[in-house]
Design a protein. Sequence first.
Length: 409
Amino acid sequence: MADDRATVNLTGTPDELGRLWGEINGPDLRTHLDQFLQVALSEHGLDEEALIRRSGPYCDMVAEWAPHWLVEADAVARAAGLDLALHRAFMAGKYRGLLFCEECTSYAAVGSATLDGRPLLHKNRDNVLRRQAFYRKHTLGLRSEVLPFLGVGDTSDLGVMMMVNAAGLAGSADQAGEEPRPRYRGAMNPYGLRLIAETATTCDGALDLVRRMTEQGFYAGGKIRTRWTFADRLGTAMTVLNTHDEVTVEQRTEKGVVWTVRREGLAELFASHEGKLTPAVFNEASRLPGVCVPSNCSSLTVVIDPENPETFSCAWAALGPANRTAYFPMYMGQTETPLRYLDGSVYDYCRRPVSVQEAATLEQESESYRLQQEAAARKALASGDAARAQACLQAPSLQALESAKKRFG
């Protein structure tokens, strides 16, 4: 998009949200669907009719658990000029053995492990290198209210790879090796994480939902196990291993660090900042050679505000390999998503690429400005000026984009 300051409000009915997404990301949707169909046919012998037929159980499950996703998906397809049934098949099958890379890396810190006591969570996502979206979404008009959340995923994806919601729950869903008892009738973990983002408020609530999804057959990871990482505003962090038969809490803490994969250099970096972990340290960790592997396509760092998570929780996304781009901020309380976050334009910086030093300079400048604007937003809310507070919350995203445009082109 030509205007870095253009924004879009992803608050609305499922049909409204789907129409916006399809209009904005139509080119990527068409490209990714074509790639999916080619891989399905050439590597798995599945034609369009077979894909649609096999997507039936997924659609049935979603119709029971989160029917608004189907309404949103069909609106996306209409706006992007896609066949509705093929788009549903794409949603059901795009991660089912067709796109597979090594395990992602997630970590979280709570309590005395962080500098100011605020919970932190991070994920380096490893998958196919393609354009990524960073956005705030809030679905309205449903029988049961769902929570707003900040999420990251492919520009063609309605699932969620990592997120934080307005209740102060952050989470990620990672591949975790081979599933001993494969199951295909159900939904892959990006949709499980979206369900958690929209409905769970704590780590324990997320764990309960993972157990229900598993017991009732909604979760079906095919040949791949899932490892979940959660952190919440109450100061709990945990990792959970999920097979089709078992849900096991592997790590849980109220005053320490958890992580999913012990990458080279990660433990040493955390130890060198014991009791002083910050979002900047988590971002630094994401760029370690042992963490930022060649398949890293996006990353997200979250800080949860325990008192006002719906407003002051903040997330920073690196769209593209973390060692080739910069982190860009967004507040939970800002209602507008910059269009360049949503449409994959920010991902294009990694193709330049951006050096680590260039990224550090941008991030330091952006962080100074962000802190000023947060202080101004808190002051505005205290005086009852909600409009001023909203403008202050929006400003850091726009400033970071403007600075990136000047520095990176």
